[in-house]
Structure formats: structure tokens, C-alpha cells
Design a protein around this ligand. Structure first.
Ligand code: DGL
Length: 273
């Protein structure tokens, strides 16, 4: 039996990915889950992010999903590999969980001329070193500089992303990144929340620096994946429907979600059981 594709984030950020999935692959059905009650994941330990993410993955499987996208860099960095290697074999041979780091690192090097890229992410993503490790496989000549931006997710989740108060933290963290190297010509927003800060970040960046977001990259990669894995694609239903769930209050989620998704949505609460 076919079922929707599951899309997971700690909160609202994954909606910036879902928006692109819907644009590029509108025929599929999607279930979105934001673990808003326990967000942010960025400062949490590996074990905690793994436990929370595994709970979410099991919830998606209980809804019938065979394919789940971790549309969260922190969960992709801290939980994906263990889930793929240790848990999936027990949860079902036909089940798949994919993340956002691999598809991004497969193409990021193509954007850079100076061969120096900057990665902006949560503390968890940066500490995991997932980006430098993965990028070294695809673009061994690339120099990778990372900067954690711990205040950005709270600013975004609290609606401060377009207010002057965010300027200080954006300038500060970009400054810290360029302090590591002035030769960086490509910056990746390696957190699915950060696209909301894109206009502000751009306003502080030198003109020659390209700012890369992940939504379209992840959507293109998923399209290819589904083409190359027809059996998995067959398990994904195609009636173009979307459903949204949050572990926190549904009304609150609906209000904020449209900022990330670009249109009004209706949400449901779930306790993940
Ligand atoms: N949106 C998530 C990411 O891509 C993380 C936000 C959080 O800290 O929960 O990393």
C-alpha cells in the first residue's frame, strides 16, 4: 500500500524544504511533522537528538510512510547514520530515511570559484563536523570553514528575523566566519530555519559571495532518488495532498508556519504515540 512521504524537522525549518518538494514534486503526498514542543534541537546532545528523531521516524512509519526525509540538518548530522545502520534493519526492509546533508554536499563545491566555502549551522551541526567530512568525499580540494549561529533559530522562531534586533547576531556570526578566511566566496545556510534570514544575511554580505539554501537542492536530489528507486517511489502515494502535525499547539503552529511555507496551512497536534 502506498502512503505519503514523511518530512521531519525539530520545528518550522523543514517547511522551507517541503515548500520546494511541493514545487518540484507536486504529485506526491506529504506528511510534515514539527517537533515544536522539544525544539530547538541545535544545543541538544547527540543522544537526545537521536532519541527524539527515532521517535519521530517510528511515528511516520506508524502513519504508513515508507520514506522519511529528515529536513533538519541537526537531526541529519546527529541521528541519521545510526538510524540507517542500526534501527532501519529492525524497522522494515522496505523503509528508507534520508537526510539533507548528503544531497547538499554532493553539489556545494560546484558553486565556489575560490574553493573556499563557509557553513553556517546550529551548534550541533557544526560540532558534528558532518559537512567537512562529507564535502571532503565529493570535493577534496575544497577548504571548509564553519560557524555556529546559536541565536539564529531562537530569533527566527520568535519572529525576530526581519527586525533590527537580529542585525547584531547576523553581523557578529558572519564576521566570525570571515575572520577565519576572507577568501570564502560561497556560504551555505546549513539549517533549514535560516532561509527566513536570507534577505538580512544578504544585506551584510559582500556582492561576490554566493548564498546557498538547501530547499531546491534537496528537492532535485529526491526527484533523482525516486527515479532511480522505482520500488520505493511506488510506495509513495500520489494525490498531491499535504498534512501537517506538530507536537506543540496546532493553532500556534498554523500562525507561524505560513511564514516558512509561504501559504496558510491547517495543522493537527500529535503526542507521537
Ligand atoms: N532546522 C534545524 C536544522 O536544520 C534545526 C533547528 C533547531 O535547532 O532545532 O538544523
Amino acid at each position: 500500500m502506498s502512503a505519503p512521504i514523511g518530512v521531519f524537522d525539530s520545528g518550522y525549518g523543514g517547511l522551507t524544504i517541503l515548500k520546494e518538494l511541493k514545487k518540484q514534486l507536486p504529485q506526491y503526498d506529504y506528511i510534515y511533522l514539527g517537533d515544536n514542543a522539544r525544539a530547538p534541537y541545535g544545543p541538544r546532545s547527540f543522544d537526545t537528538v537521536y532519541d527524539y528523531t527515532l521517535e519521530a521516524v517510528k511515528w511516520f512509519f506508524a502513519q504508513g510512510c515508507s520514506l522519511v526525509i529528515l529536513a533538519c540538518n541537526t537531526a541529519s548530522a546527529k541521528a541519521l547514520r545510526t538510524i540507517q545502520q542500526n534501527d532501519l534493519p529492525l524497522l522494515g526492509a522496505d523503509k528508507r530515511v534520508l537526510g539533507v546533508i548528503r544531497p547538499t554536499t554532493e553539489v556545494l563545491g560546484n558553486f565556489s570559484t575560490s574553493r573556499q566555502v563557509g557553513i553556517l549551522g546550529t551548534v550541533g551541526t557544526v560540532q558534528s563536523d558532518s559537512y567537512p567530512i562529507e564535502l571532503a568525499k565529493f570535493f577534496p580540494d575544497l577548504k571548509v570553514f564553519q560557524q555556529a549561529c546559536p541565536m539564529w533559530v531562537p530569533l527566527i522562531e520568535n519572529g525576530e528575523f526581519d527586525k533590527p534586533g537580529a542585525d547584531y547576531f547576523v553581523k557578529e556570526d558572519l564576521g566570525q566566519l570571515f575572520k577565519q578566511s576572507e577568501g570564502i566566496d560561497t556560504i551555505l545556510l546549513a539549517c533549514t530555519h535560516y532561509p527566513l534570514l536570507e534577505p538580512k544575511i544578504k544585506s551584510f554580505l559582500p556582492k561576490n559571495v554566493e548564498l546557498v539554501t538547501q530547499g531546491s537542492i534537496v528537492a532535485e536530489s529526491l526527484a533523482k532518488y525516486l527515479q532511480n528507486h522505482p520500488k520505493i517511489a511506488q510506495n509513495c502515494s500520489q494525490t498531491g495532498q499535504l498534512r501537517f502535525y506538530t507536537t506543540d499547539n496546532a493553532e500556534g503552529f498554523e500562525k507561524q508556519a505560513s511564514l516558512f511555507f509561504g501559504q496558510k496551512i491547517e495543522a493537527n497536534h500529535t503526542d507521537l504515540v
